[in-house]
Write a protein that binds this ligand. Sequence first.
Ligand SMILES: Cc1cc2nc3c(=O)[nH]c(=O)nc-3n(C[C@H](O)[C@H](O)[C@H](O)COP(=O)(O)OP(=O)(O)OC[C@H]3O[C@@H](n4cnc5c(N)ncnc54)[C@H](O)[C@@H]3O)c2cc1C
Length: 382
Amino acid sequence: MDTQHVLDGVRQVSEGFAADRKERQRRRHLDPADFASLAEAGCLLTGVSESRGGLWRNVRESTRSICEVLRVLAQGDSSVALVSSMHPAVLSFWLATPEVGPEYKKGWDDQIEQLAQSALDGCWWGTITSEPGSGGDIAKTKTAAAPDGDRYRISGAKHFGSGSGVTSYMITTALPEGEPAPDLFFMDVRDVPWDGSNGMKLIAEWDGQGMAATQSHAMQFEQFPATRCAWPGHLQSIVLAAGPYVACSFASVIVGIVQAAMITARQQLRPRHEQLRPFEQVEWSRAEMEVWLIEQAFEGMLRAVEEDSNALWAVLRGKTAIAELAESVLGRMAKVIGGGTFNRSSPFAFWYEDVRALGFLRPPWGLAFDQMFALSAIHRPE
Ligand SMILES: Cc1cc2nc3c(=O)[nH]c(=O)nc-3n(C[C@H](O)[C@H](O)[C@H](O)COP(=O)(O)OP(=O)(O)OC[C@H]3O[C@@H](n4cnc5c(N)ncnc54)[C@H](O)[C@@H]3O)c2cc1C
């Protein structure tokens, strides 16, 4: 299957989702059947390298095409798109780092093979890395990883595990015993009960105002078995290598939602465009302007990745600007269309909360601004 084939299939699935929007936006849970349709359309191949029959070549060449798949999906169902975006985002931690030190090469290649095979076998990957009190900073993990043979046992509190119950594997971070820095681990969560009997306990079911059906649950892990990534001690390099792709992928979900909202708003306003009051005309024009800016920012992010021109700084600014503009534009659309958009029978109330939730995705606001200022050209000579 090539990228175009997958995109066509996902577009078809997404159009089906859009046709059921009213019912879907009220959902508070994921439906495994949606993920079976997406797997059939080839969505799982977004996290598999081309050499193993997937779509992934490298960050520079694959970001645009995979983000296009996610953008199209987000036009149909925000929650399903976010959960699906986690699969390639997580696997990009391995895929974006093809070369490691010679002593780790075999283990790393074997691990990538194992991960690819799991996706080819129909497994979805997700992440339950965030920890209460960490502010989205994975370096602040308090979760412990105790060695157990050639594996580890993880103990700690984690939250925001989007896709819990649908994913087969989840990545996380933890502090290996006796080591100064956290590292990357993955856990096989297939059929694991959530009552704590096997070391994984559901602490709080996701009850989000936005992204309501993502099952982004909070879990307590006690001595839960985990496999350490096969390039130990290099979490920072792994995260930085995948960073430009991951930021674009989260942005693509926001862009897809905003575009679906714009299309719907135009349809609703067309019959009464001549009756719009001056304030509404101005708000509408601003909304059009902001959607254009969102699309330009997204294109700029993709181009920076393709040209590798200070990509991390570009995508950080792009993702944060898109998140800010998306909140603003949904607010403007609501003011023009009217108070009915506040009603849960209107798609706009849901989309507004969805884009608001997406603004908190890693890096969440505080951390994003810390990082933007740290990367700012103000620190460099002319
Ligand atoms: C819709 C959505 C989906 C997401 N999906 C994922 C995902 O799939 N995987 C993932 O890893 N992350 C996910 N995230 C998390 C996201 O990437 C950020 O890490 C997260 O939003 C950061 O949260 P925060 O800024 O509120 O800080 P956090 O520190 O993560 O959370 C703050 C909350 O923690 C509690 N808290 C604060 N301080 C303490 C303390 N000292 N001790 C105990 N509790 C404390 C408080 O209740 C506070 O509200 C998702 C977030 C959202 C909104």
